[in-house]
Design a protein around this ligand. Structure first.
Ligand code: ADP
Length: 349
């Protein structure tokens, strides 16, 4: 391979590459390396660019003993810390690059995103296990009590069985929400193609939640645009979106819950005309510090209250993914003490 081709290849690679000569001086750096460590790298001693003992030792082993190595590094980048994986490979003494007596190639890959994704996955598994274990522990405790102390006590037995039923249905809801979430995440890139009437979807969701509203002393009313509202979407998923938002408004807000539909001529995210559905409550609202994290999986403002209400902490995460699948947008506005407004923007079908 000619020297020009080797250099062109190095320049095209998506990670940083530094060629270091026998005297530990940098001979060549590709564009990614220059972004990472600054311009004017050629001619500088390697140690002045990367002052980390582990990579220094790996470089020495490559240059002196011809031994390849891999090391993990933490690098300071503007405004963040980068996690990197460095590979040090000895160059053959007869390489076509201008490096007498061999040298080494150091490649540095930014693996921050991979590590972050892995941390998110770990947290998720830990959260799921914890959420499943809580009702499971309760169930096991009551089974033991029913076998022992409460064996001959019909009143206690009935009470315990109804608690067990509640805990079992909590687990069932959690598993259902987890399955929903993984399904919408998997198909998020495929926009649904069916033509539907959003009015009918809203009517269905409101009818389903009417009994809950009544039980909690809340009123449920629909305002704004009436009639057929054509939208391209998945009717079950959109029903899930509005059922979730209305259920939250009843559970956490209470009082008068309003569903307001309006047509909008232009919404930048939709790149055209669309529909806006606002689910508004006048409850105690949400402190603004929580707003950016509300759609994260298992994030709750008040975990105890959410559990008491039978919440799984996954509702808004599911809503966000479904809305994204429909090329729409979810906007959350609230002020502590002044209720909450969850707005869903959808492109007109
Ligand atoms: P959950 O199953 O806990 O209801 P969600 O993802 O649906 O999970 O909601 C996350 C959290 O957001 C809730 O636990 C609650 O703290 C808060 N929240 C959602 N909707 C409202 C609302 N209308 N008013 C106040 N807080 C809300």
């Amino acid at each position: 391979m000619s020297e020009t081709l080797t250099v062109a290849l190095m320049d095209a690679l998506p990670f940083a590459i530094l060629l270091v000569d026998h005297g530990e001086k940098i001979v060549q750096a590709n564009p990614v390396a220059r972004v990472m460590f600054g311009e004017a790298l050629a001619g500088r001693p390697f140690v002045t660019v990367l002052r980390q003992p582990a990579i220094g030792e790996a470089l020495e082993a490559a240059l002196r003993q011809g031994q390849p190595g891999r090391v993990r590094l933490r690098l300071a980048a503007p405004g963040r810390e980068v996690s990197a994986l460095a590979t040090v490979a000895p160059m053959p003494p007869d390489s076509d690059l201008r490096m007498p007596r061999g040298g080494a190639m150091v490649s540095i890959e930014d693996v921050t995103a991979v590590e972050e994704a892995e941390a998110i996955r770990r947290d998720f598994v830990a959260n799921v296990s914890h959420e499943l274990r809580t009702p499971l522990t309760a169930l096991m405790g009551f089974i033991e009590t029913l076998r022992g102390a409460a064996r001959e006590d019909p009143a206690a037995r009935d009470r315990f069985l109804s608690i067990m039923e509640r805990e079992a249905s909590r687990m069932n809801r959690l598993v259902g929400d987890l399955l929903s979430l993984s399904r919408v995440e998997a198909e998020e890139r495929r926009r649904p193609t069916a033509e539907l009437d959003l009015s009918a979807v809203l009517k269905g969701a409101m009818q389903t939640l009417q009994p809950l509203a009544q039980a909690q002393g809340a009123s449920l009313s629909r305002m704004g645009e009436e009639g057929r509202l054509p939208v391209q979407g998945d009717p079950d998923q959109l029903t899930q979106v509005f059922a979730n938002l209305i259920e939250n408004a009843i559970k956490y807000g209470g009082g008068a819950v309003e569903v307001v539909v309006s047509r909008i001529a232009h919404e930048p995210v939709l790149r055209g005309p669309g529909l806006k559905v606002e689910v508004i409550d006048h409850g105690e609202g949400i402190d603004e510090i929580h707003l950016p994290r509300l759609t994260e999986r298992f994030y709750r403002v008040d975990t105890h209250r959410s559990r008491e209400q039978g919440g799984t902490g996954l509702g808004l995460a599911i809503v966000k993914h479904i809305v994204a699948r429909h090329r729409g947008r979810l906007k959350i506005e609230s002020e502590k003490g002044k209720g909450a407004r969850f707005s869903v923007f959808l492109p007109l079908g």
